[in-house]
Design a protein around this ligand. Structure first.
Ligand code: HAM
Length: 425
C-alpha cells in the first residue's frame, strides 16, 4: 500500500476554517496600514543569496544556520527569503521608489527559516510588515508604533507589551563595540562555542544568545543605551516623549538587541506573556545603514514585521476570533427543474446583495440528505425550491438556527426586502 504524502516538518497547511480567520485578520491589518498611507509592495519569494547575507549579517543565526539556500540551474546561489526588509530595500533601489515618493510600504507573505520547529516557531511562517523610508524620525518611529497599537485594538488583541531600546548610531556603536568586546574578552572562558567564535566578528550578537548558561554574562554586560551620542540620545528621548504624549504604554528594555545586524538606533518588540518561549508577536526598528550597504545613497529607514501565526494563536487563546464564512443560505433544490431555476435564483440574490454567502445544493440528493448538508455547513437559513415554488415564483424559507421560528413562503419579488432584513454581512 502506498502511503499518502504529508507536509514537511515546520510547514503547515492552513485549512479552510483557519483560513477564514487569516483573511479577516489580513483585511483588518490592511485597512489600518492603508489608513496611514502605506502601499503594498510584493517581492519574489526567492532572491540572490547575497542579498540576505549582505543585509542581515554573515554572523547572525538566520544567515549561519537558517536559510534555505540552493543552487539554481544556472549555477547561482539563491535563497528562500527569511524576512522581507532586505527585499523591500532591494526593490526600492531597483525601481527608484524613493525618488517617486513611495516611501511607506507594506508586505505580506510566507518567510522561510530552518529553525527547530516548536509552538509559535515554524520553518514556513507568515509576516505582515511595514517599512518607512527616507525619514529620520523620531516622528515616524512614533507613528509606526501607534499604527501597531491601532492594529491590536482593531482586532481586539490584549495582553501584549511594547519594549523599546536604542542601539545607537554608527558612532555610538564603534565606542560600544570596543567596551563590549573588552568585557566579553574578560569572560571568554565562560562563553559558549558560538559566542567565542563571534567575539571578534560580531560581539553584539552574543547578547542575543538564548543559551541559559550565558544569561548572567549577558545580564552584566555593558548596554548600548549607555553609550549613546548626544544626537542618538536626543532621538531616543524625543521618541519616548512622543509616545508618552500619545498615551502609548511601553517599557525601555536596555537588553533588547534584536537578532539581525542591520539595526541602529530605535529597536522594539511587542511581546506576549501567553505564548511561551516564542513571545514576540511583532518586532522591528531602524536600519539607517541598509540602503548604503546595498549600494544606495544613505537613507534612514524603519519598520516592523508581525508574525501572523503567533497573533492568530493569541487571538484563539483570548477567544477573539470573529471571522465566519458559514453560508447565510443553503439552497435546497428538489428536482431537475429546481436545479436550473435555483442556479439563476442564487445569482439573482448575489446581485441583490453582493457578499451574501449562498451554498446551492449541487449534485442532487434527497430532501433529508440536503437538509443534513445544510446543518453540517451551519447555514443560517434554507431556501427550498421545488415544483410548487417554481410554479408560484416563490421559495420556502426555513430558519435553521432557530427551529422554533415557523417557516414561511416568500415571493421571489420580495427576496430583496427579506435579504435586507435578515442577512447581515
Ligand atoms: P524578526 O524579529 O526576525 O524581524 O521577525 C519578525 C516577527 O516574525 C517576529 O516578531 C515573530 O513574530 C515572527 N517570526 C519570526 N520567526 C518566526 C518563526 N520561525 N515562526 C513564526 N514566527 C516567526 C524581522 O524579520 C524583520 N525583518 C522585522 C523588521 C521589519 N525590521 C524592520 N522592518
Amino acid at each position: 500500500m502506498t502511503q499518502t504524502l504529508k507536509t514537511i516538518r515546520g510547514m503547515n497547511d492552513i485549512l479552510p476554517d483557519e483560513s477564514a480567520h487569516w483573511l479577516w485578520f489580513e483585511d483588518c491589518v490592511r485597512s489600518v496600514l492603508e489608513s496611514y498611507g502605506y502601499s503594498q509592495l510584493r517581492t519574489p519569494l526567492i532572491e540572490p543569496t547575497e542579498l540576505f547575507t549582505g543585509s542581515i549579517g554573515e554572523t547572525t543565526d538566520v544567515i549561519e544556520k537558517e536559510m534555505y539556500t540552493f543552487e539554481s540551474r544556472g549555477g547561482s546561489s539563491l535563497s528562500l527569503r527569511p524576512e522581507g526588509t532586505a527585499s523591500l530595500v532591494r526593490s526600492a533601489l531597483q525601481h527608484g521608489l524613493i525618488r517617486a515618493q513611495q516611501v511607506k510600504l507594506w508586505y505580506s507573505g510566507p518567510m522561510f527559516r530552518y529553525e527547530k520547529p516548536q509552538r509559535g516557531r515554524y520553518r514556513q511562517f507568515h509576516q505582515i510588515g511595514a517599512e518607512a523610508y527616507a525619514q529620520e524620525g523620531p516622528d515616524i518611529d512614533c507613528e509606526l508604533l501607534l499604527m501597531g497599537e491601532r492594529i491590536w485594538k482593531t482586532i481586539g488583541l490584549g495582553g501584549i507589551f511594547l519594549e523599546i531600546n536604542s542601539l545607537g548610531d554608527a558612532q555610538c556603536r564603534q565606542l560600544y563595540r570596543g567596551q563590549l568586546t573588552d568585557y566579553l574578552q574578560d569572560h571568554r572562558a565562560n562563553l559558549d562555542e558560538d559566542s567565542q567564535r563571534r567575539l571578534q566578528a560580531n560581539p553584539l550578537r552574543i547578547l542575543d544568545s538564548k543559551n541559559p548558561d550565558m544569561a548572567q554574562i549577558i545580564e552584566l554586560a555593558p548596554k548600548p543605551i549607555d553609550y549613546l551620542t548626544e544626537a542618538a540620545k536626543e532621538h531616543f528621548d524625543t521618541l519616548c516623549r512622543y509616545l508618552d504624549n500619545a498615551g502609548l504604554t511601553y517599557r525601555v528594555n536596555p537588553r533588547l538587541v534584536r537578532g539581525l545586524d542591520y539595526y541602529s538606533r530605535t529597536v522594539f518588540e511587542w511581546v506576549s506573556g501567553e505564548l511561551g518561549a516564542q513571545a514576540a508577536v511583532c518586532s522591528g526598528g531602524r536600519y539607517d545603514g541598509l540602503f548604503e550597504k546595498q549600494g544606495g545613497k544613505p537613507t534612514p529607514a524603519i519598520g516592523w514585521a508581525m508574525g501572523v501565526e503567533r497573533i492568530l494563536e493569541l487571538l484563539t487563546i483570548q477567544n477573539k476570533r470573529v471571522a465566519s464564512t458559514k453560508p447565510h443560505v443553503y439552497m435546497v433544490l428538489a428536482g431537475e427543474n429546481a436545479i436550473e431555476k435555483g442556479l439563476i435564483l442564487a445569482e439573482h440574490a448575489r446581485n441583490l446583495k453582493p457578499g451574501i454567502r449562498i451554498r446551492s445544493n449541487l449534485g442532487g440528493g434527497s430532501f433529508k440528505a440536503q437538509f443534513k448538508r445544510a446543518d453540517r455547513c451551519e447555514a443560517e437559513f434554507a431556501w427550498v425550491l421545488g415544483e410548487d415554488e417554481i410554479a408560484s415564483q416563490s421559495v420556502v424559507v426555513k430558519y435553521l438556527r432557530d427551529k422554533d421560528v415557523a417557516q414561511c413562503t416568500l415571493n421571489v419579488a420580495e427576496l430583496g426586502n427579506w435579504i435586507e432584513k435578515n442577512i447581515e454581512l
